[in-house]
Design a binder for this molecule. Structure first.
Ligand code: PLP
Length: 409
């Protein structure tokens, strides 16, 4: 008899976004003449830039020719791309070698799969609220224990609350944690960790031989030059941190798909010799993955050229102008909001301390706007709500106008 992995039964609820879609669909069928305005999912909307499109086209043309056709590539990614990524780190003074970079089909697969190389009994710590992939993949792997519905958390996960009191960034765990997920700029709070805050986590990780899994998917949204864009800007991080990046939000690759993960060969873990984590991940990728699309890798290489970077920055600036509009609207309405200045997400405190899902229903029924309930990201997200700045300007403006006119505060 084939038995299924019973850990799936422990997943607390349906994934957040299907539930949002279900409620929005139910509202739309009950009110067919109403146009729903979406500020929920963090999906990009603006087109790929000319330099990227050219890079993609050129690679397609090479594949169309017998003399230049290529098939499987290295599962770690093509060397010119990995060298361009390493050079990009060097511009900020970080040392990352090309052979420490693993190109992938995105940061969701990488941040989800990485836990497979760690021991089953490792203690996992997450920022609370957090991108749901970190917790859910550890639930599936059997590391999270049972879900305690009364407290809205898993018994074996260490939750590091991020709230107004600590400026939405946690202190290091007071007890033991082996695998620590950090995301900066943060989804969902829009907070960016300072150099001092990351330095404290690097010190903790080195002291306890823990590993930091640093998700830098939104690093390109950081405008403030004093804020770190990579954990490797912190001294000692090469001993204790793995970093993830996604071309999704920086270059509009949410559908195109590409990301990377850095595993320094200098990483020191409790039981492994130096370099073992890198070897394990190489083995894992060679077993499960046959490399990212070569066409897409050419597009990513184009994105990392000076012209590509300048064009991508212009698109990011466009989204950040949306974020500024969202913030100013909320401020005018005296709704407390955070983030949105170095990150594409604005995190708001629900008016009158409403529960996140109650505010979701209110915003949808009164203003016809769909956002994301903070409680879907963890227990400390309760009473908060996320608005995304991804969207065409005219749609964002229409949504904000509807909030101003129709939301009853
Ligand atoms: N990491 C964070 C924090 C995200 O918010 C997202 C997407 O929303 C991802 C990773 C996913 O990245 P990708 O599209 O490369 O899989």
């Amino acid at each position: 008899m084939a038995k299924l992995n019973s850990n799936y039964d422990k997943l607390a609820a349906g994934y957040l976004f299907p539930e949002i879609a279900r409620r929005a669909k139910a509202f739309a069928s009950a009110h067919p003449s109403v146009k729903i305005l979406r500020m929920g999912i963090g999906d990009t909307t603006e087109p790929l830039t000319p330099t990227i499109v050219k890079g993609l086209h050129e690679r397609v043309d090479l594949l169309a020719n017998r003399a230049t056709y290529t098939g499987y590539g290295d599962s770690e990614g093509e060397l010119p791309l990995r060298e361009a990524i390493a050079a990009d780190y060097a511009t900020r003074g970080s040392t990352v070698n090309a052979d420490e970079i693993f190109v992938s089909d995105g940061a969701k697969p990488d941040t989800g799969n990485i836990q497979t190389i760690f021991s089953e009994d490792a203690i996992v710590a997450v920022q609370d609220p957090a991108y749901p992939v970190y917790v859910d993949t550890n639930v599936i792997a059997g590391r999270a224990g049972n879900f305690d519905a009364s407290r809205g958390l898993y018994e074996r996960i260490v939750y590091m609350p991020c709230n107004e009191d600590n400026g939405f960034f946690p202190s290091v765990p007071s007890g033991k944690a082996d695998i620590i997920y950090l995301c900066s700029p943060n989804n969902p709070t829009g907070n960016v960790a300072t150099r001092e805050q990351l330095t404290a986590f690097v010190a903790y990780a080195r002291q306890h031989r823990a590993v930091i899994l640093f998700d830098a998917a939104y690093r390109d949204y950081i405008k403030d030059p004093t804020l770190p864009r990579s954990i490797y800007e912190i001294e000692g991080a090469r001993e204790c941190a793995i970093e993830f990046y996604s071309f999704s939000k920086g270059a509009g690759f949410t559908g195109v798909r590409l990301g990377w993960c850095v595993i320094p060969k200098t990483l020191v873990l409790e039981d492994g010799d130096i370099g073992k984590t890198h070897r394990l991940w190489t083995r894992r990728q060679n077993t499960y993955f046959n490399g990212a699309s070569n066409i897409v890798q050419a597009g990513a290489l184009a994105a990392l050229t000076p012209a590509g970077k300048a064009e991508c920055q212009a698109t990011i600036d466009y989204y950040m102008q949306n974020a500024a509009l969202i913030r100013s609207t909320l401020q005018d309405l005296h709704i407390r909001c955070f983030g949105g200045d170095n990150a594409p997400y604005v995190w708001l405190k629900t008016p009158g301390n409403m529960k996140s899902w109650d505010f979701f229903d209110k915003l949808l029924s009164e203003a016809h706007v769909v956002g994301t309930p903070g409680s879907g990201f963890g227990p400390s997200g309760e009473g908060y709500f996320r608005l995304s700045s991804f969207g065409h300007r005219e749609n964002i403006e229409a949504a904000l106008q509807s909030v101003r006119q129709n939301l009853k505060l």
